[in-house]
Design a protein around this ligand. Structure first.
Ligand code: MSP
Length: 525
């Protein structure tokens, strides 16, 4: 049902980092997008209106060089890769509402508007920089960045000395404001230890003003400064703005007048800005928790509600890198094991915050124990017994597992509201285990041998079928394909995408279920 904005209120607006297009997507990219997808789906399941934005960061030296290396123009190079990354989003089952590319006119226009306004209001100045520069990281370095042996960290690649005139943004003027803001808004950076890290950094260092340009003769793959054609915008200034430019371009009422595009008809859906969650990796926390709020403050725009920083994946205890040849390719895993097995493992294995470690044995172990023997077996035996002993017709209501289910429903909802995705999966699996134990204890296959146990068998079969139905609803944000298959096997209409359906006794007794089929086929490993 489409309603006009004025009736809709605020939409839950979640974003991910936009990935650099200079390579193929890997486990780290996939993890972040999946976590955002689960949060988005969970909120929709609760009945909230959600806008989920992801996309690509296409400007900058890295992209320009990569394109050059392949003998392509940067735009042609980006277009090709963008198609692959969009396809990747589909393969992951993402429910993003939009996909931003920073080379799109709708984005570039807003970046230029911001630059013009901040320039006119005196937030920038021009100065000569003399020092070290890392092309790989597109960043200026100082003596402080040298390691004890005098060299720079290899992450910076080749470091050159240069002298260059650029535009600077008066970042340091806002340092004390930001400290106060972080202190007064404790949930602005999450988890708490990341907030403390940012506060520690701000209290112990004097911020340097942010260089927001690169001379066009050195780098031309960027958004030109509207007031000086000799420069392009620094890639981070450009990239951070994506979160804001997309709502601005669609005339979102949360965007201040000076940046909001005029729209002829009110956009359907609720107000987006300010974002509710920017989900990002720990490596880019400073850009999001320091530069971004200060930039928005200078723009006199509302500050997003939360920067949620996740940890990094390693493979077998080592940093993933092309050099080591140990990069986990999500598409290969998905092709072999199915998208839900991949979604399950990454979200079950690693909570949002700490670092994680991918091992093939760990993945296969969880697949076998938790998906095939846990959930898959529960559903398969519950439905098979219902078919065999009751022709698939659900017996009258019984409440033996009701309390266990209600406890898990409540816990899952609370954990999802706190973005504790790993905890929610643990809670859901406590119900899977409880129901599997229930089968073992009640032994319906034995009850079925004697007609005198008919009522007891009815009770057991009802409890199992109802638990499977509730599991489909709880699992939907995490394992949408499996949850839908489960609903299909139960022959229930619609999709398991409304959390309110997770309530004991919702199944109509007398309903006939469909045909069971293994959800997670056992694999020879
Ligand atoms: N383009 C910038 C982000 C701009 S956001 C306004 C960027 N791109 S990236 O492709 O390098 O990284 C994109 C996201 O993937 C980041 O949040 C980063 O932390 C995440 N990850 C990259 N490697 C990762 C792991 N090994 N593990 C988990 N996440 C990782 O930074």
């Amino acid at each position: 049902m489409s309603q006009s904005k004025s009736h809709m209120g605020k939409c839950f607006y979640i974003t991910t980092a936009i990935d650099y297009v200079n390579g193929q997507p890997h486990l780290g990219h996939a993890y972040e997008k999946l976590a955002a997808d689960v949060i988005a789906r969970a909120r929709r399941s609760f009945g909230q209106e959600v806008f989920f934005l992801t996309g690509l960061d296409e400007h900058g030296q890295k992209v320009q060089q990569a394109a050059l290396g392949e003998g392509k123009t940067p735009q042609a190079y980006c277009d090709e890769l963008a198609a692959a990354w969009k396809d990747f989003a589909t393969k992951l089952g993402l429910t993003n509402n939009d996909f931003v590319r920073t080379t799109e006119p709708r984005h570039k226009k807003v970046v230029q508007q911001i630059l013009s306004k901040l320039h006119a209001e005196g937030h920038f100045y021009k100065a000569i920089y003399e020092g070290f520069y890392s092309t790989k990281e597109e960043t200026f370095l100082t003596e402080k960045d040298r390691r004890p042996d005098g060299t720079f960290d290899p992450i910076y690649g080749e470091v050159v000395q240069l002298q260059e005139e650029n535009y600077y943004f008066r970042l340091k003027d806002h340092q004390s404001w930001l400290i106060e803001y972080l202190e007064q808004n404790p949930s602005f950076v999450s988890p708490e230890y990341r907030r403390n890290e940012v506060l520690g950094f701000l209290k112990n260092n004097v911020l340097e003003d942010l260089c927001i340009t690169r001379p066009a003769f050195r780098l031309n793959w960027g958004i030109p400064l509207p007031f000086d054609a000799n420069y392009v915008t620094y890639v981070w200034f450009d990239a951070l703005t994506n979160y804001f430019s997309i709502p601005a371009a669609s005339g979102d009422p949360g965007i201040p007048d000076s940046f909001r595009a005029p729209v002829s008809a009110p956009q359907s859906g609720g107000q987006l800005w300010p974002a509710d969650i920017h989900l990002i990796g720990k490596d880019i926390l400073k850009f999001h928790a320091v530069f971004w709020p200060i930039l928005l403050k200078a723009m006199q725009a509302p500050i997003p509600k939360q920067i949620l920083a996740h940890g990094w994946w390693q493979k077998d205890g080592q940093k993933m890198s092309k050099t080591f040849g140990n990069v986990v390719d999500p598409l290969a895993i998905i092709d072999e094991w199915g998208v839900d097995a991949f979604r399950y493992y990454v979200l079950r294995e690693l909570d949002l915050g700490p670092d994680g470690n991918w091992t093939d044995a760990g993945f296969q172990g969880r697949y076998t124990a938790e998906l095939a023997n846990g959930l898959g077996n529960l559903v398969n035996r519950s439905l098979s017994m219902l078919k065999r002993y009751r022709n698939g017709v659900v017996p009258p209501r019984s409440n033996e597992l009701a309390a266990d289910a209600e406890k898990v429903i409540h816990e899952t909802r609370t954990l999802l509201e706190q973005n504790r995705l790993q905890g929610a999966l643990q809670s859901i699996w406590s119900l899977v285990s409880r129901a599997n134990q229930y089968v073992d204890h009640t032994a319906p296959f034995k009850l079925a041998r004697d007609a005198a146990n008919a009522t007891r068998l009815d009770e057991v079969l009802y409890n199992l079928a109802e638990t499977c139905r509730i599991l489909a609803v709880l699992l939907w944000p995490f394992l949408p394909t499996t949850a839908s298959k489960l609903y299909e096997q139960l022959a229930l209409p619609g999709a398991p995408n409304k959390f309110e359906a997770a309530s004991w006794g919702g199944r109509v007794s007398g309903h006939t279920v469909g045909t069971p089929a293994p959800l997670f086929p056992r694999k020879e490993i």
